[in-house]
Design a protein around this ligand. Structure first.
Ligand SMILES: Nc1ncnc2c1ncn2[C@@H]1O[C@H](COP(=O)(O)OP(=O)(O)OP(=O)(O)O)[C@@H](O)[C@H]1O
Length: 238
Protein backbone atom coordinates (compact mmCIF):
# COMPACT_ATOMS: atom_id res chain seq x y z
CA UNK A 1 0.00 0.00 0.00
CA UNK A 2 1.45 3.29 -1.07
CA UNK A 3 1.18 6.40 1.08
CA UNK A 4 -0.16 8.25 -1.95
CA UNK A 5 -3.14 5.98 -2.43
CA UNK A 6 -6.37 7.95 -2.11
CA UNK A 7 -8.83 5.15 -2.95
CA UNK A 8 -8.22 1.46 -2.44
CA UNK A 9 -10.74 -1.07 -3.72
CA UNK A 10 -10.17 -4.57 -2.44
CA UNK A 11 -12.07 -7.64 -3.73
CA UNK A 12 -15.22 -5.63 -4.27
CA UNK A 13 -18.34 -7.27 -5.64
CA UNK A 14 -21.77 -5.77 -6.08
CA UNK A 15 -25.05 -7.60 -6.55
CA UNK A 16 -28.38 -5.82 -6.78
CA UNK A 17 -31.44 -7.57 -5.41
CA UNK A 18 -34.74 -7.01 -7.16
CA UNK A 19 -37.23 -8.95 -5.08
CA UNK A 20 -36.00 -12.54 -5.33
CA UNK A 21 -33.92 -11.84 -8.40
CA UNK A 22 -30.18 -11.34 -7.98
CA UNK A 23 -28.41 -9.06 -10.43
CA UNK A 24 -24.66 -9.60 -10.05
CA UNK A 25 -22.88 -6.57 -11.54
CA UNK A 26 -19.30 -6.31 -10.24
CA UNK A 27 -17.05 -9.27 -9.42
CA UNK A 28 -13.88 -9.12 -7.31
CA UNK A 29 -12.68 -5.68 -8.35
CA UNK A 30 -9.23 -4.63 -7.15
CA UNK A 31 -8.05 -1.13 -7.94
CA UNK A 32 -5.90 1.50 -6.32
CA UNK A 33 -6.22 5.14 -7.27
CA UNK A 34 -3.38 7.47 -6.41
CA UNK A 35 -3.58 11.08 -5.37
CA UNK A 36 -3.40 13.20 -8.54
CA UNK A 37 -4.31 10.35 -10.91
CA UNK A 38 -6.52 10.97 -13.92
CA UNK A 39 -8.24 7.62 -14.31
CA UNK A 40 -10.45 6.87 -17.29
CA UNK A 41 -12.87 3.95 -17.07
CA UNK A 42 -14.07 2.52 -20.37
CA UNK A 43 -16.23 -0.47 -21.21
CA UNK A 44 -19.42 -1.52 -22.93
CA UNK A 45 -22.83 -0.36 -21.84
CA UNK A 46 -24.05 -2.29 -18.82
CA UNK A 47 -20.57 -3.51 -17.83
CA UNK A 48 -20.74 -1.85 -14.40
CA UNK A 49 -18.85 1.43 -14.81
CA UNK A 50 -21.41 3.67 -13.11
CA UNK A 51 -21.92 1.10 -10.38
CA UNK A 52 -18.18 1.20 -9.65
CA UNK A 53 -18.10 5.02 -9.66
CA UNK A 54 -21.08 5.12 -7.29
CA UNK A 55 -19.26 2.81 -4.87
CA UNK A 56 -16.14 4.99 -4.97
CA UNK A 57 -18.26 8.09 -4.36
CA UNK A 58 -20.18 6.59 -1.44
CA UNK A 59 -23.53 6.69 -3.23
CA UNK A 60 -23.84 2.96 -2.61
CA UNK A 61 -22.04 0.20 -0.69
CA UNK A 62 -20.40 -2.96 -2.05
CA UNK A 63 -22.05 -6.32 -1.34
CA UNK A 64 -18.66 -7.75 -0.37
CA UNK A 65 -15.14 -6.36 -0.26
CA UNK A 66 -13.64 -3.14 1.06
CA UNK A 67 -13.12 0.39 -0.14
CA UNK A 68 -11.10 2.87 1.84
CA UNK A 69 -10.42 6.56 1.32
CA UNK A 70 -7.07 8.18 2.16
CA UNK A 71 -6.11 5.63 4.82
CA UNK A 72 -7.11 2.07 5.72
CA UNK A 73 -9.05 3.20 8.83
CA UNK A 74 -11.47 5.18 6.66
CA UNK A 75 -13.54 2.28 5.35
CA UNK A 76 -16.08 3.91 3.08
CA UNK A 77 -17.60 0.47 2.45
CA UNK A 78 -18.66 0.16 6.07
CA UNK A 79 -19.59 3.79 6.75
CA UNK A 80 -23.03 4.45 8.26
CA UNK A 81 -25.42 6.60 6.24
CA UNK A 82 -24.44 9.82 8.11
CA UNK A 83 -20.76 8.99 7.60
CA UNK A 84 -21.36 8.43 3.88
CA UNK A 85 -23.16 11.78 3.66
CA UNK A 86 -20.23 13.51 5.38
CA UNK A 87 -17.74 11.71 3.11
CA UNK A 88 -19.57 12.85 -0.05
CA UNK A 89 -19.99 16.37 1.28
CA UNK A 90 -16.36 16.86 2.27
CA UNK A 91 -14.39 14.83 -0.22
CA UNK A 92 -16.26 14.01 -3.42
CA UNK A 93 -17.40 16.18 -6.31
CA UNK A 94 -19.73 14.58 -8.87
CA UNK A 95 -20.18 15.58 -12.50
CA UNK A 96 -22.82 13.80 -14.59
CA UNK A 97 -23.76 13.73 -18.27
CA UNK A 98 -26.79 15.92 -17.57
CA UNK A 99 -26.00 18.93 -15.52
CA UNK A 100 -28.80 18.77 -12.92
CA UNK A 101 -28.67 22.51 -12.21
CA UNK A 102 -31.49 24.16 -10.29
CA UNK A 103 -33.34 26.04 -13.08
CA UNK A 104 -34.54 28.86 -10.85
CA UNK A 105 -31.06 29.72 -9.53
CA UNK A 106 -28.31 31.68 -11.29
CA UNK A 107 -24.89 30.16 -12.01
CA UNK A 108 -23.52 31.78 -8.84
CA UNK A 109 -26.41 30.55 -6.70
CA UNK A 110 -26.13 27.01 -8.09
CA UNK A 111 -22.48 26.94 -7.05
CA UNK A 112 -23.13 28.65 -3.73
CA UNK A 113 -25.47 25.94 -2.45
CA UNK A 114 -22.61 23.47 -2.84
CA UNK A 115 -19.84 25.67 -1.43
CA UNK A 116 -21.90 26.29 1.71
CA UNK A 117 -22.02 22.55 2.36
CA UNK A 118 -18.33 22.36 3.14
CA UNK A 119 -16.31 24.07 5.83
CA UNK A 120 -13.57 24.58 3.27
CA UNK A 121 -15.92 25.67 0.50
CA UNK A 122 -14.63 27.94 -2.23
CA UNK A 123 -15.95 31.36 -3.07
CA UNK A 124 -18.52 30.72 -5.90
CA UNK A 125 -17.04 33.50 -8.03
CA UNK A 126 -13.61 31.86 -7.77
CA UNK A 127 -14.99 28.46 -8.71
CA UNK A 128 -16.78 29.93 -11.74
CA UNK A 129 -13.62 31.74 -12.77
CA UNK A 130 -11.66 28.47 -12.59
CA UNK A 131 -13.99 26.94 -15.17
CA UNK A 132 -13.85 30.05 -17.37
CA UNK A 133 -17.36 31.26 -16.66
CA UNK A 134 -16.76 34.58 -14.94
CA UNK A 135 -18.85 36.30 -17.65
CA UNK A 136 -21.97 34.20 -16.99
CA UNK A 137 -22.32 34.44 -13.21
CA UNK A 138 -25.80 35.97 -13.24
CA UNK A 139 -27.20 33.73 -15.97
CA UNK A 140 -29.86 31.14 -15.30
CA UNK A 141 -29.39 27.62 -16.73
CA UNK A 142 -31.90 28.28 -19.54
CA UNK A 143 -29.77 31.25 -20.61
CA UNK A 144 -26.63 29.12 -21.03
CA UNK A 145 -25.40 26.61 -23.63
CA UNK A 146 -24.92 22.95 -22.74
CA UNK A 147 -21.16 23.45 -22.41
CA UNK A 148 -21.65 26.45 -20.14
CA UNK A 149 -24.11 24.53 -17.98
CA UNK A 150 -21.60 21.70 -17.67
CA UNK A 151 -18.98 24.25 -16.57
CA UNK A 152 -21.38 25.44 -13.85
CA UNK A 153 -21.87 21.80 -12.83
CA UNK A 154 -18.09 21.37 -12.60
CA UNK A 155 -17.75 24.63 -10.61
CA UNK A 156 -20.45 23.29 -8.27
CA UNK A 157 -18.56 20.00 -7.90
CA UNK A 158 -15.27 21.70 -7.02
CA UNK A 159 -16.80 24.46 -4.88
CA UNK A 160 -16.77 22.11 -1.89
CA UNK A 161 -13.04 21.79 -2.47
CA UNK A 162 -13.15 17.97 -2.69
CA UNK A 163 -10.09 15.83 -3.26
CA UNK A 164 -11.92 13.51 -5.65
CA UNK A 165 -13.76 14.49 -8.80
CA UNK A 166 -15.96 11.68 -10.17
CA UNK A 167 -17.30 12.25 -13.67
CA UNK A 168 -19.88 10.00 -15.35
CA UNK A 169 -19.91 10.68 -19.12
CA UNK A 170 -19.31 14.43 -18.62
CA UNK A 171 -19.03 15.06 -22.37
CA UNK A 172 -21.76 12.60 -23.41
CA UNK A 173 -24.31 15.29 -24.26
CA UNK A 174 -21.90 17.74 -25.90
CA UNK A 175 -20.54 18.24 -29.40
CA UNK A 176 -16.92 17.50 -30.11
CA UNK A 177 -15.34 20.89 -29.55
CA UNK A 178 -17.47 21.69 -26.48
CA UNK A 179 -16.65 18.25 -25.08
CA UNK A 180 -12.98 18.93 -25.64
CA UNK A 181 -13.19 22.23 -23.78
CA UNK A 182 -14.89 20.49 -20.84
CA UNK A 183 -12.08 17.94 -20.79
CA UNK A 184 -9.70 20.93 -20.79
CA UNK A 185 -11.35 22.20 -17.60
CA UNK A 186 -11.02 18.79 -15.91
CA UNK A 187 -7.41 18.53 -17.07
CA UNK A 188 -6.63 21.93 -15.56
CA UNK A 189 -8.25 21.00 -12.22
CA UNK A 190 -6.15 17.83 -12.19
CA UNK A 191 -2.89 19.50 -13.21
CA UNK A 192 -3.14 22.81 -11.36
CA UNK A 193 -5.18 21.97 -8.27
CA UNK A 194 -4.07 18.34 -7.97
CA UNK A 195 -7.64 17.00 -7.96
CA UNK A 196 -7.84 13.25 -8.45
CA UNK A 197 -10.18 12.62 -11.37
CA UNK A 198 -12.04 9.42 -12.24
CA UNK A 199 -13.95 9.70 -15.49
CA UNK A 200 -16.28 7.24 -17.23
CA UNK A 201 -16.57 7.44 -20.99
CA UNK A 202 -17.63 5.47 -24.06
CA UNK A 203 -15.02 7.38 -26.04
CA UNK A 204 -11.76 5.46 -25.76
CA UNK A 205 -9.83 8.36 -27.38
CA UNK A 206 -10.20 10.22 -24.06
CA UNK A 207 -7.86 7.66 -22.46
CA UNK A 208 -4.99 9.43 -24.17
CA UNK A 209 -5.22 12.16 -21.51
CA UNK A 210 -5.42 9.66 -18.63
CA UNK A 211 -2.60 8.54 -16.40
CA UNK A 212 -4.38 5.19 -16.27
CA UNK A 213 -7.16 3.51 -18.20
CA UNK A 214 -9.29 0.81 -16.63
CA UNK A 215 -11.16 -1.43 -19.09
CA UNK A 216 -14.28 -2.94 -17.54
CA UNK A 217 -15.92 -5.93 -19.17
CA UNK A 218 -18.85 -7.85 -17.68
CA UNK A 219 -18.24 -6.55 -14.18
CA UNK A 220 -14.54 -7.34 -13.99
CA UNK A 221 -11.39 -5.38 -14.79
CA UNK A 222 -10.48 -6.81 -18.18
CA UNK A 223 -7.23 -4.82 -18.35
CA UNK A 224 -5.49 -1.77 -17.03
CA UNK A 225 -3.14 0.48 -19.01
CA UNK A 226 -0.65 2.92 -17.49
CA UNK A 227 0.04 5.95 -19.65
CA UNK A 228 3.50 7.39 -19.13
CA UNK A 229 2.84 10.33 -21.42
CA UNK A 230 -0.70 11.62 -21.11
CA UNK A 231 -1.53 14.31 -23.65
CA UNK A 232 -3.66 17.41 -23.25
CA UNK A 233 -7.28 17.34 -24.49
CA UNK A 234 -6.45 19.69 -27.41
CA UNK A 235 -4.10 17.06 -28.80
CA UNK A 236 -6.60 14.21 -28.70
CA UNK A 237 -7.93 13.23 -32.10
CA UNK A 238 -11.30 11.56 -32.41
N1 LIG B 1 -30.11 -0.23 -8.70
C1 LIG B 1 -30.03 -1.24 -9.57
N2 LIG B 1 -30.82 -2.31 -9.45
C2 LIG B 1 -30.73 -3.36 -10.29
N3 LIG B 1 -29.83 -3.42 -11.30
C3 LIG B 1 -29.02 -2.38 -11.48
C4 LIG B 1 -29.07 -1.23 -10.63
N4 LIG B 1 -28.13 -0.35 -11.05
C5 LIG B 1 -27.54 -0.92 -12.11
N5 LIG B 1 -28.06 -2.12 -12.38
C6 LIG B 1 -27.65 -3.04 -13.46
O1 LIG B 1 -26.25 -3.18 -13.39
C7 LIG B 1 -25.68 -3.27 -14.68
C8 LIG B 1 -24.54 -2.29 -14.81
O2 LIG B 1 -25.07 -0.96 -14.79
P1 LIG B 1 -24.11 0.30 -14.87
O3 LIG B 1 -24.99 1.51 -14.93
O4 LIG B 1 -23.11 0.25 -13.79
O5 LIG B 1 -23.40 0.06 -16.27
P2 LIG B 1 -22.51 1.04 -17.16
O6 LIG B 1 -21.31 0.28 -17.58
O7 LIG B 1 -22.28 2.32 -16.44
O8 LIG B 1 -23.48 1.27 -18.39
P3 LIG B 1 -23.67 2.54 -19.38
O9 LIG B 1 -22.38 2.69 -20.12
O10 LIG B 1 -24.79 2.11 -20.27
O11 LIG B 1 -24.02 3.72 -18.53
C9 LIG B 1 -26.81 -3.04 -15.66
O12 LIG B 1 -27.20 -4.29 -16.19
C10 LIG B 1 -27.92 -2.46 -14.83
O13 LIG B 1 -29.19 -2.83 -15.30
Amino acid sequence: MSAETIISIENVSKTFFMGDVKVPVLHEINLQIKQGDFVVIVGPSGSGKSTLLNLIGGLDRPTTGKIWFDRPEQQVSSFTDPQLTAYRREHVGFVFQFYNLVPTLTATENVQIASELSQEGMDPAGALELVGLEHRVEHFPSQMSGGEQQRVAIARAIAKNPRLLLCDEPTGALDLSTGRSILGVLHKLNQELGKTVVLITHNSAISEMATRTVHIGSGTIASMTENEHPISPEEISW
